[in-house]
Design a protein around this ligand. Structure first.
Ligand code: SDX
Length: 429
């Protein structure tokens, strides 16, 4: 294939270079299209548009491939931990033992929240959505670390390593404190002797008279859940983080915006919607067959199914399906929702409507069953997704911040409103 492409507009040809990625993906570099032709491209939803060059994550949606810095997600799930995978996503290499110990110590050091922020929680109504609280608290966090949230790019980068560890640590603490505040329970301070996921479960569920004890492997399952959510190239929330970062905003503001983007039911909110869908099906006495029919008739959406990029099985869903079954078995829980989920999956994978549209289970399909088995309340599910995605958001912010040629993201549009007209006085309207 030539390394240029031609666009013909009317009777004129315009030639553009072709960019090729390390995995053979090709893009027509149309950065000079408007200056050369006066024309722009139109790609609502950006399904055919690359917004950046990135080295962090590679997805082949047709083949169901997901790799972080070249490492297949299946190998990371098998051999790594959330913190190790976070280091890989952010810094580009698996850490040495000394590097991982240093990173883990930095994360442990930053586990607590400034007591001034405790009052912020009290300002929210008890039924405030945890994602609203998380986004607000992450942005507020920057106010306590002005040296890391200066919006002076050089200064913010000089503090990057500490800011990254601090956010990975405190997003977990903020989530646990949100839960405790909404339950009317006293906050549980972090226990530096516990690893990342277990410390979160400790801060969520320990009581003075009964400290959390991980007897069922829940911490390992949660660590795997978080690892599987670590990054996913230019999804809606990560692209939002890059959009905000492109204007020069600090990391706190950028990830706070990422939380808002993740909240929607088409994106990270889907894991909550999956559980609600399964509970509704269970309550109706349906085994899922009626629901499948409704989805085919456009009356319902099979939440946790379908993906803009994966036109094959989401590899994370496969791993989460196995892990959720193992956790339920370890806890001795016989959850009817798992049976319904497996029935839905089987029925959909055999049904022409889903096969023709290449709709497969995505990361959200089984994750809710796993989180529910661990004891996480449904309204916190998307917060758990945000905790997992934090390293990916940080890694993408770093790529923007470290690129001296990075430009502010400012898409064009096609105007379809009223053409010019004169002002109409009130008595003539
Ligand atoms: C995540 O981008 C990422 O990487 C995201 C993510 C990450 O890690 O960051 O992977 C996490 O967000 C996973 C997706 C979670 N969302 C859901 O599970 C919600 C349910 N899924 C759909 O809303 C939908 O599949 C999307 C939003 C995920 C993808 O939407 P697209 O690519 O815009 O596809 P589409 O809506 O244009 O659908 C194409 C066709 C349509 O039918 P027709 O118009 O051709 O007749 O497929 C149908 C849709 O109606 N369809 C579904 C369906 N998803 C698409 N029909 C029933 N159930 C579904 N879930």
């Amino acid at each position: 294939m030539e390394n240029t492409g031609t666009i013909r507009l009317g009777d004129e040809n315009f030639e553009f270079p072709i960019i090729e990625g390390t995995e053979g993906e090709k893009a027509l570099d149309t950065r000079t299209l408007r200056s050369k032709s006066g024309c722009i491209t139109f790609d609502e939803g950006y399904g055919n548009t690359g917004s950046c060059l990135s080295k962090i994550t590679f997805i082949d949606g047709e083949k169901g491939i997901l790799r972080h810095r070249g490492y297949p997600i299946e190998q990371l799930a098998e051999n790594s931990t959330f913190l190790e995978a976070s280091f890989l996503a952010i810094y580009g290499e698996l850490p040495s033992e000394a590097e991982l110990t240093k990173f883990r110590t930095e994360v442990q050091t930053h586990a607590s929240i400034h007591t001034g922020m405790h009052h912020h929680f009290e300002g929210f109504p008890s039924d405030a959505h945890p994602m609203a609280i998380l986004s607000a608290m992450l942005n507020s966090l920057g106010a306590y670390y002005p040296e890391m949230s200066s919006n002076d790019r050089e200064q913010d980068l000089a503090h990057f390593d500490e800011t990254a560890a601090l956010l990975i640590s405190k997003v977990r603490t903020i989530a646990a404190m949100t839960y405790r505040q909404k339950q009317g329970l006293p906050y549980v301070f972090p226990d530096h002797n516990r690893r990342y996921a277990e410390n979160f479960l400790h801060m969520m569920f320990s009581e003075p008279y009964n400290l959390y004890s991980d007897t069922s492997g829940a911490a390992a399952a949660l660590d795997l859940f978080l690892l599987l959510h670590a990054d996913h190239e230019q999804n809606c929330s990560t692209s939002t983080v890059r959009m905000v970062a492109s204007g020069g905003a600090n990391l706190f503001a950028s990830v706070s915006a990422g939380v808002c983007a993740l909240w929607g039911p088409s994106h990270g909110g889907a894991n909550m919607a999956v559980i609600k869908m399964l509970e509704d099906i269970h309550a109706s006495g349906d085994d899922g067959s009626r629901f499948i029919q409704d989805a085919k008739e456009g009356k319902a959406k099979l939440m946790g199914f379908g993906h803009r990029v994966y036109k094959n099985y989401d590899p994370r869903a496969k791993i989460l399906g196995i892990s959720s079954e193992a956790v339920l078995e370890g806890l001795g829980i016989d959850d009817p929702l798992l049976d319904i989920a497996k029935h839905l999956e089987k029925a959909a994978l055999e049904d022409e409507y889903f096969v023709q549209r290449k709709l497969y289970p995505n990361v959200d399909f089984y994750s809710g069953i796993l989180l529910k088995a661990i004891g996480i309340p449904v309204e916190m599910f998307t917060v758990m997704f945000a905790i997992g995605r934090m390293p990916g958001w940080i890694a993408n912010w770093k790529e923007i911040a470290e690129n001296p040629k990075s430009r502010i993201h400012r898409p064009r549009q096609i105007y379809t409103g009223s053409t010019i007209r004169d002002y109409v006085q009130m008595d003539e309207r």
